[in-house]
Design a binder for this molecule. Structure first.
Ligand code: BJW
Length: 231
C-alpha cells in the first residue's frame, strides 16, 4: 500500500454473514422475513413497541451466540498494525453486532448503533443491554420504562457523522466491505472519498449498487477477500 497513510474502512452486514448473522437484502435476509416499515422506523416503534422489541430481542439473543470470523480478525490485525505518526485508520461499521470489537478492533465507530445498548427516550442516557432476553427493562438511570434499542432507524440521523466525514476528508484509501450500497448516507461515502482524491476499493460478494464508483474491486466471501487484501 505505497503512498497510503490514512485509511477509512466501511463495513456492512456481509462482513458478519459468515459468522451466521443474517444480512438484510440478500435472499433469505432479514427484510424478506420482516417488513422494514413494521420494525425499523420510529413510526413502527410508536405504533407497536412490543413487536419491535421482540424483533430486536431475537436478534440480540442470536448475535451473542455468534463469533467473529477471519474478516473481522484481519481488520483487527490491520487496526493493530496501521499505527504511527503518519498512519491513521478508522473502521466505520453499519453493523449493530459487536463482532469487530470482539475480534480486537479499537478504532471503530458504529454509525447505526449497537444491539447491546439501550437508549432511554426519557433521559437520553445509554446503558448496556447485555441480557439477551431482557424484554423492556426499566432505564437503570431514571427508572422509567422508556428504553428503546440504541439503533438508527430509517429517517433518523446516523451516529458519529462529523467524525466520519472528517476521516473521509483526509483519507488516501477508502475501502467498502460487505455492504449493498443501498442505504444513505453510508452509500454516499465512496463518492465523497473519491471526490477528495482517495483511492477506492470494494470487497464484496458481488458488485454493490455503487460499484462503478470504485477504482478497484475484489469479489468473493469476506473471510477470503478481506484477509487476502490485508496481507
Ligand atoms: C457478503 C457476504 C459475504 C453477503 N462476504 N459480502 C432516497 C434517496 C436517498 C436517501 C434516502 C431516500 N429515501 C430515504 C433516504 C434515507 C434513508 C435511505 O438511505 N433509504 C434508502 C433505502 C433509499 N436513510 C436513512 O434514513 C438514514 N438516515 C438519514 O439519511 O438521515 C439523514 C441524513 C442526511 C444527510 C447526512 C446524514 C444523515 C438512516 C439509515 C438507517 C439504516 N438502519 C438499518 C437498521 C439498523 C438497525 C438494525 O440492524 O435493525 O441499518 S437498515 C439496514 O441497512 C441496517 C444496515 O446497517 C443497512 C445497510 O445494510 P448492509 O449492511 O449494506 O446490508 P445488505 O443486506 O443490504 O447488504 C449485504 C451485502 O453483503 C450485499 O452486497 C451482499 O452481496 C454482501 N454479502 N454475504 C462478503 N459472505
Amino acid at each position: 500500500m505505497t503512498n497510503i497513510r490514512n485509511i477509512v474502512i466501511l463495513t456492512g452486514a456481509g462482513v458478519s454473514a459468515e459468522s451466521g448473522i443474517d444480512t438484510f437484502r440478500d435472499a433469505g435476509g432479514l427484510w424478506e422475513k420482516h417488513r422494514v416499515e413494521d420494525v425499523a422506523t420510529p413510526e413502527a416503534f410508536e405504533r407497536d413497541p412490543d413487536l419491535v422489541h421482540r424483533f430486536y430481542d431475537m436478534r440480540r439473543a442470536a448475535i451473542q451466540t455468534k463469533e467473529p470470523n477471519d474478516a473481522h480478525f484481519a481488520l483487527a490485525e490491520l487496526d493493530r498494525h496501521w499505527r504511527g505518526d503518519d498512519r491513521n485508520l478508522l473502521i466505520v461499521t453499519q453493523n449493530v453486532d459487536d463482532l469487530h470489537e470482539r475480534a480486537g478492533a479499537e478504532r471503530l465507530l458504529h454509525m447505526h448503533g449497537e444491539h447491546l445498548k439501550a437508549l432511554c427516550m426519557a433521559c437520553e442516557i445509554r446503558s448496556d443491554w447485555r441480557d439477551p432476553m431482557q424484554h423492556r427493562p426499566p432505564c437503570p438511570i431514571c427508572g422509567t420504562p422508556s428504553l428503546r434499542p440504541d439503533v438508527v432507524w430509517f429517517g433518523e440521523m446516523p451516529y458519529h457523522m462529523p467524525e466520519i466525514y472528517a476521516a473521509i476528508r483526509t483519507a488516501d484509501l477508502f475501502v467498502s466491505i460487505g455492504t449493498s450500497g443501498a442505504v444513505y448516507p453510508a452509500a454516499g461515502f465512496v463518492r465523497d472519498a473519491k471526490q477528495q482524491g482517495a483511492k477506492t476499493l470494494e470487497l464484496n460478494l458481488e458488485p454493490s449498487q455503487g460499484s462503478h464508483f470504485f477504482d478497484e474491486a475484489r469479489y468473493g466471501p469476506a473471510t477470503e477477500v478481506v484477509p487476502d487484501w490485508v496481507e
